[in-house]
Design a protein around this ligand. Structure first.
Ligand SMILES: Nc1ncnc2c1ncn2[C@@H]1O[C@H](COP(=O)(O)OP(=O)(O)OP(=O)(O)O)[C@@H](O)[C@H]1O
Ligand SMILES: [Mg+2]
Length: 397
């Protein structure tokens, strides 16, 4: 059964839509390549030879008035369907379109990323209206929860977390969410060049805590096919968020996503520890200087004392530099643990932070990119199955 149905004789747009779906959305597209719209749902279903799709896209080349007439019929007879109009509609007519039941409007010039984001939103709206009562609870399957931590600040947690999320988005499009748990000074939004409408503040309200579909409506879609939940815009709001709320949030997201990536504040604040209890994987980051390495050693010891032991640990040495006067054996003996991945200091990475485009989004040729890919690979089920017994490998810097 096709999730998306396109009504349009425009072959070029048809191809663009198919490419956008194939590159990141579940389900397929069926096209009715005629400029005569079906009279109503029964006629449409007969043409499609299937039951109700989730999203109906009224393509370019359908006259605006005709599209509105059609939308009104469908809105009355099939109110759950998400209708998307592809048109350069004059803003003055937008209200008419909304009144006719059009859910969203897509420009005919939209690129694949924009099409994907909009279709994902339309599917979410379909799901919200069609959920069965049993679907309101949680499902049994749980995703990986990957937390990025370090006792010291400025060692590259946000850089790693955003790259892990973008990298995993390639393996599992629309199945990854990154959450900024550096609630006061988080910069995931800036690292991903996002301007979020909603933040963690909304995501921990009772309405969202009780219903994961409400929670999902507060996530921001990133054009690379991942979701983000950014830190509160005002640091004062962060004070009102409790470790219990964060714990519930992470638990909920782990039931909804294949991968939940957590960026955290430096040190071991209560919020971070609450989140760590849900982590299947902890990425420990250290820069290549003695204070940062010693900090990591103490951090690992504290966790041992607190008996918090996530299933898998990945030690990342970031900003590795052969000229720092330390070699990997010095590093490992200072931390008291083997290094799993070493990410070299790189200009491309420093630049990417300022541009808000993680290096893995652009697939640049850079030594740091190679290491970041290795790190992402550790969360790929195929790699894990092979390497489960030797998760810790010595690296060379
Ligand atoms: N491998 C690298 N090479 C060069 N620069 C890097 C590298 N990793 C991170 N940086 C730079 O270091 C700075 C700090 O990185 P980042 O913000 O990711 O650290 P952080 O641990 O999240 O900091 P905070 O503790 O303040 O949240 C950024 O400007 C980033 O571009
Ligand atoms: Mg940070």
């Amino acid at each position: 059964m096709s999730r998306f149905v396109l009504l349009s004789p425009n072959g070029e747009f048809d191809q663009k839509l198919r490419a956008a779906v194939a590159n990141g959305l579940r389900g397929s597209v069926q096209t009715i390549a005629s400029d005569i719209l079906p009279a109503g749902p029964q006629e449409l279903f007969a043409l499609l030879n299937q039951e109700q799709p989730e999203v109906l896209i009224i393509g370019p080349d359908v006259p605006y008035e005709e599209a509105l007439r059609f939308a009104k019929v469908f809105d009355v007879q099939l109110p759950g369907l998400s209708l998307v109009l592809v048109s350069d509609v004059d803003p003055a007519h937008l209200l008419n379109a909304m009144r006719a039941g059009i859910r969203d409007i897509l420009s005919p010039q939209a690129d694949a990323a924009e099409i994907r984001v909009l279709l994902e939103r339309a599917c979410q709206s379909f799901a919200t209206r069609h959920r069965a009562p049993e679907a309101q609870g949680e499902t049994n399957g749980k995703g990986l929860v990957i937390g990025v931590f370090s006792p010291k600040g400025g060692v590259g947690k946000t850089t790693l977390a955003t790259n892990i999320a973008i990298g995993l988005g390639r393996i599992a499009p629309m199945s990854v969410v990154i959450v900024d748990l550096d609630l006061q000074f988080g910069d995931v939004a800036s690292g991903l060049y996002l301007n979020p409408e909603h933040t963690v503040t909304d995501a921990v309200t009772p309405a969202a805590a009780q219903d994961s579909l409400v929670l999902k409506a507060f996530l921001t879609v990133h054009p690379a096919g991942i979701y983000a939940l950014c830190a509160p815009l005002n640091p004062v709001d962060a004070d009102h968020i409790t470790p219990e709320q964060v714990s519930r949030l992470v638990e909920q997201l782990s039931h909804e996503f294949q991968y939940v990536v957590l960026d955290t504040a430096p040190g071991m604040p209560e919020i971070g520890l609450a989140a760590m209890e849900h982590c299947t994987d902890v990425v420990w980051v250290s820069a290549m200087d003695i204070p940062s390495l010693r900090g990591l050693r103490s951090g690992l010891e504290v966790l041992r004392q607190l008996d918090i032991m996530p299933e898998s640990r990945h030690v990342v040495l970031n900003m590795a530099d052969a000229k720092a006067g330390l070699n990997v054996r010095d590093v490992e003996s200072t931390i008291g643990a083997p290094v799993d991945v070493s990410v070299p200091r790189s200009r491309a990475v420093a630049l990417s932070t300022n541009r808000g485009i993680p290096v893995l989004q652009e697939s640049k040729r850079d030594p740091a990119v190679k290491s970041l890919r290795q790190l992402v690979e550790r969360f790929n089920p195929a790699w894990r199955a092979q390497a489960q017994r030797k998760l810790h490998r010595r690296v060379v810097i």
